[in-house]
Design a protein around this ligand. Structure first.
Ligand SMILES: *[C@@H]1O[C@H](CO)[C@@H](O)[C@H](O)[C@H]1NC(C)=O
Ligand SMILES: *[C@@H]1O[C@H](CO)[C@@H](O)[C@H](O)[C@H]1NC(C)=O
Ligand SMILES: *[C@@H]1O[C@H](CO)[C@@H](O)[C@H](O)[C@H]1NC(C)=O
Ligand SMILES: *[C@@H]1O[C@H](CO)[C@@H](O)[C@H](O)[C@H]1NC(C)=O
Ligand SMILES: *[C@@H]1O[C@H](CO)[C@@H](O)[C@H](O)[C@H]1NC(C)=O
Ligand SMILES: *[C@@H]1O[C@H](CO)[C@@H](O)[C@H](O)[C@H]1NC(C)=O
Ligand SMILES: *[C@@H]1O[C@H](CO)[C@@H](O)[C@H](O)[C@H]1NC(C)=O
Ligand SMILES: *[C@@H]1O[C@H](CO)[C@@H](O)[C@H](O)[C@H]1NC(C)=O
Length: 564
């Protein structure tokens, strides 16, 4: 009787979870319904940190889960942070302080793991999106050989809110990889964006021959052409494509072209398109190597307008402040006000609030390529007048950098504007994530910094803070061990007769407590109490006079574990 009431209450919480707007600071929901009379048992977080190696960045280990996520090194000043969970994915392993594990992670801004994907080859762009009105998480992985650093040929994975993979989008078209092979799957690593029509936009690259004499090259040089693909998610069929070489003059490229010709394997990356967004009848793309973003009319295929980091493009001179800060990594900064170009080698162009008369543009201004790693990377937010009018040039709304912790990202990165007006930045090739308050528009308002690898040890292509609710298809995981009772539990433990129970539920976002069932056998389990969930993995003492234990959350039971 008590159990079924509990089960229906739990089911009620579960059904409400994805819809209710009432959620806590971290996007985690508190189980606030009156609970059964089962006594509250004590519990603690059991994450252990392994930090004794100079080779590997400190990481967490658990008893009931095999994942080894980084232990974020967090600095926070206590000012209000936006609601949401942090999505990131260390995608390479190199050098000292490399990540223990390459995969996608979701964490709270207090550094608790929420979800660790199984180890995955070079994942990028892990984020929550909406497909057919339902929340999904998505990411990219490469397929087959990857002859170019920083360009990918692979597929896009779409997982529902139980973490079941519901689509693997592998676009098949004639894309040449430059090593003599055709891509088996043709999505590039930089962007995959689900449109309001539930189609998928992805970046794609093709190695092809082109006359680069106007750029000082030869008549039959090899280039990496960039292509916007719109795909049917179900079939991977290409619905629309837009080839940059057919529309964007090669003279706009800042990619260096050698005089003596290039081989296929060294094809010139003229555009390096790295973001795509769909806005009604328009597609908005950003190209790192032209320092420019373009609004494309989807119906006509014409470029409506261009914003160019050097010339301003159709918009007139870009603002001169957004002071260009130059520094040598880890040394004192030097601020130059003479060299002003606020948008170069940039990533993640995003438009916000587009109307007939204005639009807000945000992007991550790397200000560096692989050769120049000295300039400070920033988040830049501009207000543009529409239609473009050089007499009403772009206004700088926010110039985001941390004067006490300047970063030089030579690749990757993202800048987002969050629902409460905060800004969220993933520094790409510099393994840092920062949240800025709205005050950053007029100065420094750094509220949160998280380091997930040693700088140079790894990177996360982008990082996001998003509201996300999920209940995994797999059940909670429980293990019992006879380990030493942690200090935090000593006050509520009978040391002579206690074992330790460890419970976690990888990916569950809305659990705040676990019900504990125990008894003399598997068939004789009774609710003996409830424990508060603590961090990713909760540990609690249990009398070893019980022969079997089980935990339950949101009406989902773990397997029954025997104590001996
Ligand atoms: C690892 O470092 C953290 C933070 O400095 C510290 O609290 C913890 O005790 C260390 N763990 C080990 C096993 O050395
Ligand atoms: C690092 O920690 C592991 C696991 O606790 C241990 O086996 C190893 O000996 C430690 N290494 C050093 C150098 O302390
Ligand atoms: C955390 O990061 C800061 C800033 O980079 C560094 O000074 C500090 O040593 C790090 N702390 C730990 C425990 O790794
Ligand atoms: C890719 O380039 C090759 C030439 O190298 C060309 O035959 C092929 O059609 C191109 N593919 C696409 C999708 O444009
Ligand atoms: C930007 O320019 C305005 C107007 O010239 C000035 O008041 C402001 O201090 C400048 N900001 C920065 C960050 O240089
Ligand atoms: C978009 O418009 C809404 C409503 O006016 C406003 O609250 C929000 O701050 C705007 N966002 C940006 C990025 O300007
Ligand atoms: C310790 O065990 C005794 C006897 O079973 C019990 O009455 C008491 O509540 C237990 N204390 C704790 C903290 O579990
Ligand atoms: C979970 O276990 C409890 C106790 O054995 C049982 O009453 C309940 O029906 C189980 N729930 C599910 C969904 O299996």
């Amino acid at each position: 009787m008590a159990t079924s009431v509990l089960a229906s209450l739990a089911a009620f919480v579960y059904l409400q979870a994805p819809l209710s707007a009432a959620s806590s600071h971290h996007g985690l929901r508190h189980r606030s319904l009156g609970h059964s009379s089962a006594p509250k048992m004590c519990s603690a977080s059991s994450a252990e940190v392994v930090n004794n190696s100079t080779e590997i960045f400190p990481y967490q280990t658990f008893h009931s889960f095999t994942g080894t996520p980084p232990r974020l090194n967090i600095t926070a000043n206590g000012e209000e942070l936006a609601e949401g969970l942090i999505f990131f994915g260390p995608n390479t392993e190199s050098g000292a302080g490399k990540p223990k594990e390459v995969t996608n992670f979701i964490m709270t801004d207090t550094g608790d793991l929420v979800y660790a994907h199984p180890p995955t080859r070079a994942p990028t762009d892990f984020k929550a999106q909406t497909l057919n009105g339902k929340p999904v998480v998505t990411y990219y992985t490469p397929v087959g050989t990857q002859p170019f650093v920083g360009i990918g040929w692979g597929n896009v994975h779409i997982l529902d809110d139980t973490y079941k993979e519901i689509h693997t989008v592998c676009p098949k078209l004639n894309l040449h990889k430059g090593d003599g092979t055709i891509a088996e799957c043709g999505s590039d690593l930089h962007e995959h964006y689900i449109t309001e029509d539930n189609t998928l936009l992805t970046t794609a690259f093709n190695v092809t021959q082109y006359d680069l004499t106007p750029l000082g090259g030869t008549a039959d040089d090899w280039i990496l052409n960039a292509i916007v693909l719109e795909l049917d998610i179900e079939s991977g069929e290409v619905l629309w494509q837009w080839s940059l070489i057919d529309h964007i003059p090669i003279l706009q490229s800042h990619a260096g072209v050698p005089k003596n010709g290039v081989k296929q394997t060294g094809a010139i990356d003229l555009y390096h398109m790295n973001s795509i967004q769909s806005i009604g009848d328009y597609i908005f793309i950003n190209c790192r190597h032209t320092w420019s973003s373009y609004l494309i009319n989807r119906k006509t295929g014409e470029i409506e307008w261009t914003i160019d980091g050097e010339t301003g493009g159709d918009f007139g001179k870009l603002p001169e402040n957004g002071t260009f800060v130059s520094t040598t990594r880890h040394s004192q900064s030097v601020i130059h006000t003479d060299r002003i170009c606020i948008q170069s080698w940039e990533h993640h162009g995003r438009l916000h609030n587009m109307t007939e008369s204005s639009v807000v543009l945000s992007y991550f201004a790397n200000n560096n390529n692989a050769a120049t790693k000295e300039a400070v990377s920033k988040g830049i937010v501009l207000e543009l007048t529409l239609p473009p009018n050089p007499d009403s040039p772009p206004k700088l709304l926010a110039d985001l950098y941390d004067a006490t912790d300047l970063q030089n990202a030579w690749a990757e990165g993202s800048t987002d504007i969050l629902s409460n007006g905060n800004y969220f930045m993933g520094y790409g090739s510099a393994s840092v994530i920062k949240e800025y308050g709205p005050g950053a528009a007029n100065g420094q308002d750094v509220r949160w910094t998280g380091l997930f690898d040693a700088i140079g040890g790894g990177d996360s292509y982008r990082a996001f803070k998003q509201v996300w609710h999920a209940t995994p298809a797999s059940p909670p995981s429980l293990v019992i061990s006879s380990g030493n009772i942690p200090e935090s539990l000593s006050k509520c433990t009978n040391s002579s007769d206690s074992a330790l129970a460890y419970v976690s539920w990888n990916g569950a976002t809305d659990v705040t407590s676990y019900d504990v069932y125990a008894g003399s056998s598997e068939d004789d389990l009774e609710l003996i109490g409830t424990v508060d969930k603590q961090g990713f993995e909760t540990v609690f003492p249990i009398h070893s006079t019980y022969a079997a234990v089980m935990v339950s959350a949101l009406d989902r039971n773990s397997s029954v574990v025997k104590i001996n």
